[in-house]
Design a protein around this ligand. Structure first.
Ligand code: GTP
Ligand code: SPV
Ligand code: MN
Length: 608
């Protein structure tokens, strides 16, 4: 049917999509891979690619008995997290990217990156990876093609997305799809031996929101390289969502079931490495309550026929932070890993071919750490983490014992509450409810958190992270706030209630005041009680804050004084935030909606 020749492709392309074939041919001509291979997403392909990566030293095959069909990769030590300083939104105008993103003129960026891409896949295979974000049978499935020279990306995309032939078929002969081009930027000369984790010192994670394109160069890691995740499902999708009247958010989605079988779905936006996966998989500690996971990182929300906001998880797997995960903090994550079929990155390797990371049960006497060095618990004078703080497991969502069947429903689930949260050692109470949708938008717009290892930067430094989307909003941040206000106006009283939570408040002695993890179910119960109108709260500057007496403490040995301290709103501390918020809203610029400024004025008035 088509006459397009793709250099390096053996046999017939499995699609008649003329425009797609022309694009693939053009990229292959530019990047000059030895081979072009269409990924079909099959188990046979997984077996072949993982075996090749074991052979190449990229993967270590883990002990088949302990971790069946699972692999460990250790990245280059300089390629361990998202690189926000190298992430660009190349909208047509600088204003379109707003003050929070790095912007470059799209034509200039294309010219510059085209030079980098020239010959960059020499000696490698270019994979054509078709994928779908969200269920394949959605009314308007969101499809993408990632061209990549990384087999690690191909197998990770099989876990994280609906990847392979079915997605290609959905695109059909002329369907729309998001173009993604990814290269690790490490061409091989004739006969040159490859390294286990090829990458380039120079990195670009670039988005062209208007034509819905992604160009990524130089990194093989996580959100930099698995283009369906942060690049498509948040940065590009947020721009689509603004245009189409829905929301693409950095949120977990969980299903909470009360002892009387009341069901509520809750979405929560916390910045990277601030507890989404843990809350999504929560094992409630209060009698009779159950929870199930719909998603752990990204939520796409749109209005249903009944006018409520429905959320879909566009992903198909978990890319979770390993350190801190264990059978007591997150038993459901541990059980998800038991059947195997997982990829681990930058954790430590035990002598019997298993994995280990900080806080996992049973510290071994000897390990190979994420850098490939011998490691012992005492450090032998060489202290350091066995696993990188941003080391990750990548595992299919359907292996989780508490996955809600609705995770695969194209209609999604109706959201009763949206939580915003972050890491704040002070000031922010354990839980409070926004006075209105717009107050909630204000709380989200000024959300703050201590920086984590999930991205480069000074760990611990408090920064504003609006709606936990600072690195992920694909357009002007003021317009993004406006979109939130507009969605609220559309949804009216059917919108979810908005809450602010903080699991990370510390006492004067530096201890966490609240035990967190499964005990957070006690806070979720209060949230449901509020939604159902069963409890009152205290009107404070922050919002309607829970009274300690209304938090179910049955079976919890945390001192009531600690809970009271965790819930307290100290006007003095809140006043200290005011100049920072003034500065932040000024920085966000003239597009910040009046409604947000009004809420800030109301806060100042509450503080006197
Ligand atoms: P990303 O995948 O980067 O978006 O992270 P995330 O938001 O899913 O964070 P995750 O659930 O992986 O948690 C990150 C870190 O926070 C882990 O080290 C957890 O152990 C820790 N953590 C999660 N929940 C709690 C909690 O309730 N209390 C405390 N103290 N720590 C928590
Ligand atoms: C995050 O940083 O928010 C993550 C990990 O979920 S990554 O896929 O690298 O973005
Ligand atoms: Mn995340």
């Amino acid at each position: 049917m088509t006459t397009t020749t793709i250099p390096g492709l053996e046999g017939q392309a499995p699609t008649d999509h003329t425009e797609m074939l022309a694009w693939i041919a053009e990229v292959a001509e530019l990047t000059q891979p030895d081979r072009v291979v269409f990924a079909d997403g099959s188990d046979a392909e997984w077996d072949r690619l993982t075996a090749e990566m074991v052979e190449a030293g990229t993967f270590v095959k883990l002990n088949e008995e302990k971790k069946p069909n699972s692999f460990l990769a250790q990245s280059d030590p300089k390629d361990v997290a998202r690189v926000e300083s190298r992430t660009f939104i190349c909208s047509e105008t600088a204003e379109g990217a707003g003050p929070t993103n790095n912007w470059r003129d799209p034509a200039e960026m294309r010219a510059q990156m085209t030079d980098l891409y020239r010959g960059c896949m020499r000696g490698r295979t270019m994979y054509v990876v078709p994928y779908c974000m969200g269920p394949l049978d959605a009314e308007d499935p969101k499809l993408g093609i990632e061209l990549t020279d990384s087999a690690y990306v191909v197998v990770s995309m099989k876990i994280m997305t609906r990847m392979g032939s079915a997605a290609l078929e959905k695109i059909g002969a002329d369907g729309a799809y998001v173009k993604g081009l990814h290269s690790v930027g490490a061409p091989l000369a004739e006969g040159e031996k490859d390294v286990p984790w090829p990458c380039n010192e120079e990195k670009y994670i670039t988005h062209f929101p208007e034509p819905r394109e992604i160009w990524s160069f130089g990194s093989g890691y996580g959100g930099n390289a698995l283009l369906g995740k942060k690049c498509f499902a948040l940065r590009i999708a947020s721009a689509m969502a603004r245009d189409e009247g829905w929301m693409a958010e950095h949120m977990l989605i969980l299903k909470l079931i009360s002892p009387t079988d009341e069901v509520h779905y809750i979405a929560a936006a916390f910045p990277s490495a601030c507890g989404k996966t843990n809350l999504a998989m929560i094992q409630p500690t209060i009698e009779g309550w159950r929870a199930e996971v719909v998603g752990d990182d990204i939520a796409w929300m749109r209005f249903g026929a009944d006018g409520r906001l429905y959320a879909v998880n566009p992903e198909y797997g978990f890319f979770g932070v390993a350190p801190g995960t264990n059978y007591s903090s997150n038993p459901n994550a541990m059980k998800t890993l038991e059947p195997g079929n997982a990829i681990y990155t930058n954790v430590a390797l035990t002598d019997d071919g298993d994995v280990w990371w900080e806080d996992l049960e049973g510290t071994p006497d000897h390990l190979i750490d994420w850098l490939g060095n011998d490691w012992t618990p005492t450090g032998d004078g060489k202290p350091g983490n066995a696993a990188h703080p941003n080391s990750r497991y990548c595992v299919p969502i359907n292996q989780c014992p508490v996955t809600a069947p609705e995770f695969n429903s194209p209609e999604g689930v109706p959201i009763s509450a949206i939580l915003f949260g972050g890491r704040r050692a002070d000031t922010v109470p354990l839980v409070s409810e926004a006075y209105s949708w717009n107050h909630g938008v204000y709380i989200g717009a000024t959300l703050s958190s201590g920086q984590t290892a999930a991205a480069e930067g000074q760990v611990g430094a408090v920064r504003r992270d609006p709606m936990a989307m600072l690195p992920f909003v694909g357009y002007n941040v003021g317009e993004y706030f406006q979109h939130w206000v507009d969605m609220g106006a559309r949804g009216g009283d059917k919108m979810p209630k908005i809450f602010l939570v903080n699991w990370f408040r510390k006492g004067a002695d530096g201890r966490f005041l609240w035990p967190g993890f499964g005990e957070n179910s006690r806070v979720l119960k209060w949230v449901i009680d509020r939604i159902e109108g069963r409890v009152e709260g205290d009107e404070t500057a922050a919002g309607l804050t829970a009274r300690a007496a209304d938090i179910d403490m049955t079976g919890l040995d945390t001192a009531i004084e600690d809970v009271e301290a965790a819930l307290a709103v100290d006007p003095e501390e809140w006043r200290r935030e005011l100049p920072l918020i003034t500065e932040w809203l000024e920085f966000c610029g003239p597009k910040v909606p009046a409604e947000v400024h009004e809420q800030f004025a109301a806060l100042k008035e509450r503080l006197g």
